[in-house]
Structure formats: C-alpha cells, structure tokens
Design a binder for this molecule. Structure first.
Ligand code: 5AD
Ligand code: SF4
Length: 473
C-alpha cells in the first residue's frame, strides 16, 4: 500500500514513523491544492487519560504536517470520547449532529472518532448505520496506529473501523504535542482490573498493564528538558503499578525514582484506590519533597453495604481509618474524592453514611456524580434503580456538605506564604494570575503574564471557600 520503495516495517514504533512519512507527502499535496496548511481540531471528552491520548494524536498529526486550530470546522476533526457516564455519550452525538451539515458543505474534510465509547459495540453499530459520514473509527488500544489509519483512509473508500478488544502492547516513543509547557500527564499504566460494579472503564480500557520504569523516567527527563516542572503520574489504580512487570516494582518505589529526575519540581498522581493504599506510599509521600501532599482518594459511597455492592473492597470504617493515618503522617495534605449518589438500592440510611464520611473526612474538595447506568456493568442489572427526584435531592444535600468542608479546609492556610505554580492569566479578571499550591488548591493573585510556568512565593491573604486570593512576595 505504501508509495515508498521500502518494505513496511512490522515493528512499532518504526511502522508508524513509516506511515507518518507517507502522510507528510499526502498532506503536503493536499495543502498545495488548498493553498494553505491543513488544520486539525481535537475535541477531548472525559479524564486526564483521554487528555494525554489526545496529545499523542496531536503529535502524530503535527508530525504529518497538520496545524492546530481551535475551530471545530477544521480539515480534520477528531472526537476522543468518554463513556464513564451517559451524558458524555450524549454530548458526542450533539457534536456529530452538527458536523453532518459541516461535512456536507465540505466533503473533503475528515472526521475521526476514538476513545472509550468506541469500545462499546452498540455505539459502533449506531455510528455505522446512522453516521455514515464518519471517516475513521478506532478505540483505546490502538491509538498508536493513528498515522496508519489516516493513511489507509486517504487511499481507500468508506469508513475505516479498527477496534481491538484488548491488548498487552505498549508502544513507546511516538511524537506528542503537550497542551502546557510547564506541566504534563505521564501514563504509568493502562487499563483497570478492579471491576467496580458501576464502572465501564475495565471493559473499554482493558486489563491492567504497567509501563517499564525506565520508559517512564526517560519520558519525564525529556519533558523536564522541554521545560516541565510538574508531572501527574496517571493510572486507573496506581497502587497496583508494577506488579506484573518482569522486575516488579511498587508505586512508592517508582515515585522515588521519578523524584530523582533533576529539574523536576513537583510530582502528582491519580488515582490510588482506598482498598490497597500502602503505608509505604504514605511514608514515601511524607519524606519525598517533590511529591505533592495531595491524595485523591475516591470514596464512591460511605455505606459499607453499598461499597460491597460496588465491589470496592473496603468499608466505611476502614476508609476513615485510612484518612486518619494520612492526616496523622501528613497534616498538611489535601484530601479530595469522588462520590456517586443514587447507586441502585441506596437507602436514606446508606446516603447518611456517605454524609457521615464527608463530615468526618473533611475533604478539601469532591467530585460528586449522579449514578449513571452503564449497560454491560453488573450494577446496570440491579433491580432497584433509584428515582431521579430522590437522587437529585440527596445530591444537593451532599454538595452543601462538601462545600462546608472545603471552606473549612481552604481557610487553614490564610496568612501563610506558600509556593504556587503559575498556570495561566486569569480569564475573568484582568491583571490576575491563577496558579496552584502544592496541595492543588487554586490561588489568584496580581502579576505579570511572564510568570506563567514559574513557581512563585505567594502570601495567601484571603480564603474564598475553595480558592485563595494572594499576593506575590
Ligand atoms: N455513574 C456515575 N459515576 C461514575 N463514575 C464511574 N462510573 C460511574 C457511573 N456509572 C465516577 C466514579 C469515578 C469517577 C472517575 O467517575 O466516581 O471515580
Ligand atoms: Fe472504574 Fe473502579 Fe477501575 Fe476506577 S478502579 S476505573 S472506578 S473499575
């Protein structure tokens, strides 16, 4: 299929670099015809995993000669989808409805859909029958093949669909384009083996597999050379990092290794699971200066009965014990969480257990979700689904309680001078910058845009509930 006089390499990533070379020629010719560069736009739904995947897709496209645009009416539009809750699925179809018209007016444009939703067979059927104008469909396991898929599309008719059920392959060393110059996500593992009964992730992201520590370190070193000060190590359950590697290593050991990278200032991670957060990890966080004192520890429910139905492997009591242990060893640590309201069978008593934990744990902040039924998960066939009005009323009560805890926690550092990584010029208030404390809390303060990407000392003058107003010192 190639136009180069070489055999298509079988090994990755060489194979994809081969296709990038072919694409370069193809895209150049199209750009000449158009009289300007071909543009791409990636719409990313969902979590940081997807955000990082989109950076890899962007890397491949830019290597092939596309230039980025914020405009959704680009020459190539990619939707990187999320399926964790139903409204994420619905949002995609809103976009596709609009793009149908856009593509009719510009048949030369390309549209690709990838990500978690594409691992759901029902969604693929829907795309095949109702959205025939889509050019390329691929899943979560083969994003590294993007260059090859685009090349195939440019040289054939009809929709290209390539979905893998699972994989144990990890392809390193493909190009990427990072959204921020000063911070970056770093995948340390892919997939999830936990099968929480409400969650679709294990079905769409496959079985757990860890990257080799040396590949992770090499990537972090490259990022630091490019100006990165903070990395976020990403995995669905970082506590099980490294267990299946040929030379097993714990997540805490990985943290120590990453912290040795010179020039790196901050290390964050997402997400540990409360069932197996080790003492070794707490100790490592406490004694390793670069590791930020912030733990995102998804609670999901405070009821031991519901936690059992959720297949979470911990109880109300053991969760609160863990919180105590963390607070004792790192009193300055911020604790954030995820909570689901309205899981099938949740009674008022169960919900009150969740409220108890929120009161006792005093989370710095919490992402709260209304339970969303995901077909194919065990919870979807549980009979006692909770009426919407009941869930909504509980959800409002929970939000209020979470707000009260945040306010209390966020006030604790007023008057202190702390280090802030400046992330952006504040969009809403001219002259203000926005950055984050080590514990992830937002701070707004007066300053010049040249400070973006640097770490500054900022005095925290006032708490506004979940963020601070400060001044440079
Ligand atoms: N309904 C609602 N929230 C969910 N989450 C995962 N699956 C569901 C679902 N079916 C939430 C969990 C998880 C976060 C990423 O999304 O709280 O921690
Ligand atoms: Fe989903 Fe549970 Fe895995 Fe998190 S740990 S991705 S909630 S199955």
């Amino acid at each position: 299929m190639g136009q180069l006089n070489t055999i298509v390499p079988e090994k990755e990533p060489e194979r994809q670099y081969y296709f990038i070379e072919l694409l370069k020629d193809e895209i150049k010719k199209k750009a000449e015809k158009k009289g300007g560069s071909l543009t791409y736009h990636i719409q990313t739904f969902g979590c940081q995993m997807n955000a990082r995947d989109s950076e890899k897709l962007a890397g491949i496209l830019e290597a092939a000669g596309f230039v980025h645009t914020d405009n959704e009416e680009a020459d190539f539009v990619i939707y990187n989808t999320c399926s964790v809750r139903e409204n994420a699925n619905n949002r995609l179809y809103g976009h596709l409805g609009r793009m149908k018209v856009v593509k009719k007016n510009n048949p030369d444009m390309l549209i690709a859909i990838c990500g978690c939703m594409m691992q759901e067979p029902d969604e693929i059927e829907k795309i095949k029958t109702k959205y025939k104008f889509i050019d390329i469909v691929f899943g979560t396991h083969n994003i590294f093949k993007f260059a090859e898929l685009v090349h195939t599309k440019l040289n054939s008719e009809g929709m290209i669909i390539d979905i893998w059920k699972d994989t144990n392959q990890i392809v390193e060393d493909l190009p990427d384009v990072r959204k921020y110059t000063f911070k970056s996500g770093v995948n340390i593992m892919y997939g999830c083996n936990n099968f929480c009964s409400y969650c679709i992730v294990p079905y769409v992201r496959g079985r757990e597999r860890s990257r080799e520590p040396k590949d992770i370190i090499r990537e972090v070193e490259r990022f630091v050379k490019e100006g990165v000060k903070e990395v976020m190590l990403l995995g669905q359950n970082v506590n099980s990092y490294g267990k299946t590697l040929e030379n097993p290593i714990s997540f805490a050991e990985l943290l120590k290794e990453v912290s040795k990278v010179e020039g790196l200032e901050r290390i964050r991670f997402m997400t540990p699971h409360p069932k197996d957060l080790s003492d070794e990890l707490i100790e490592t966080m406490a004694v390793t200066p670069k590791v930020c004192h912030h733990i995102h520890l998804p609670l999901q429910s405070g009821s031991s009965r519901i936690l059992k139905l959720m297949n979470r492997h911990y109880t109300k009591e053991s969760y609160l014990e863990l919180v105590k242990k963390i607070r004792k060893r790192m009193p300055d640590a911020a604790l954030t969480t995820d909570i689901i309201v309205g899981f099938p069978g949740e009674t008022e008593e169960d919900f009150n257990d969740t409220m108890d934990v929120v009161r006792e744990a005093e989370f710095d902040s919490a992402y709260t979700f209304i339970y969303s039924k995901r077909e194919g998960t065990p919870a979807a066939s549980m009979t006692e689904q909770i009426p919407e009005e009941v869930t909504k009323e509980r959800f409002d009560r929970l939000l209020k309680q979470v707000g009260e805890s945040s306010k209390k926690r966020c006030g604790l550092d007023v008057g202190k001078t702390l280090k802030v990584l400046v992330e952006e010029v504040n969009q809403n208030h001219e002259g203000l910058l926005t950055g984050r404390l080590e514990n992830n809390t937002l701070v707004h303060f007066k300053g010049n845009s040249s400070l973006v990407g640097t770490i500054c000392d900022v005095k925290l003058n006032e708490s506004k509930g979940f963020y601070y107003i400060g001044e440079l010192v």
